[in-house]
Ligand binder design. Sequence first.
Ligand code: B12
Length: 301
Amino acid sequence: MANATQNHLATFEAFTTHLQNLDQEDALSLVEEALDHGDSLESVVTSLLAPALVELGRRWVVGELGGAEVRAAAALTRSALLRAGPARVPEGPAGQVRAPVVVCCPEGEDHEIPADMVCQVLRSYGWPAEQLGGEVEAAELRGYLTRRRPAALLVSCTTPCGLAGAARAIDTAHDVGVPVMVGGAAFGRDDLRALRLGAAAWAPTVKAAVSTLEEWAQTPPQVSPGRALTDSYLNFEAVMPDIAGLGAPRRRPQRGGGGVAGPGRTGPTLRRRRAAASGMVGVRVGGDMEATHRADGRGTG
Ligand code: B12
């Protein structure tokens, strides 16, 4: 047991180093080895790829890495994930072919790797999942859902920046009769925020999502568009442009060119407004953003 833990830790450290150094071949080989040893895709995602990205996020916060390096490491992780994902979706029990499901990040949410992870793991479970990517506008989503009529839409949000867009995506999908399940760090650790935004379900993991999809295949959920959002949520939405502005490139004087800007380093006014918004969705801002990402993100109302 101790050996297994040590091996796991060594693999995790090696993979994180490969990502940081952008060693594509070595990173991909480690993932292939894990699969060859019999690890499931889900376990590779949850115990290797995702924790390595969280660690890079920590290094980003303390200034050891810049945003561009994080972006490059994320792209490399995506290649590894796509290579590890099933080329063909396995058949369900008794040769059953399931209806497709769609995964996306809403407007405002640029973290598409978690959605990629959800998509590939769903496929490994026999659900033909299609990934629309990050920042998908509600109007585009409506057209896609109307044309393809999937069994469900799964919306992923990593940061509060995507929650207003998630509310619009939920309303749009429910308006065309496609039930929405949400997940990702921005929804916190229970279904309160998801239900407040009108989602048909929340799931903490892909395994949990699969159980809900199986239930929905038997009994589709009743969905109702135009669900009223609470005042506190609408206040949150009112300051969204400032939060979304955090994602825009910031002009910084480059003397010597060596410094890196951490993910949350912003001017005082923006910080105050973001804090107000984040308070409403239960995410603290400030120096220690990594801790807040993992904290219980219960909304306040
Ligand atoms: C890579 C990365 C980026 C890349 C994204 C590249 C890409 N194509 O995805 C780039 C560089 C673009 C980026 C940008 C930004 N980022 Co960023 N980023 C990260 C990083 C390092 C990894 C994200 C990731 O992929 N995690 C993978 C796993 C760990 O995510 P996960 O949410 O847990 O997902 C799992 C489950 O939740 C579940 N799941 C997820 N979704 C769903 C959906 C359903 C339906 C289900 C069932 C399950 C499910 O399955 C997943 C797999 O197990 C994180 C660090 C971190 N701690 O995550 C920061 C982090 C998320 N970023 C952060 C920030 C602040 C930003 C920016 C605002 C920075 C800026 N100032 O511009 C922008 C945001 C732009 C925007 N509008 O979205 C903060 C967020 C802080 C907070 N409290 O919300 C973090 C935590 C970094 C930090 N430590 O401060 N980022």
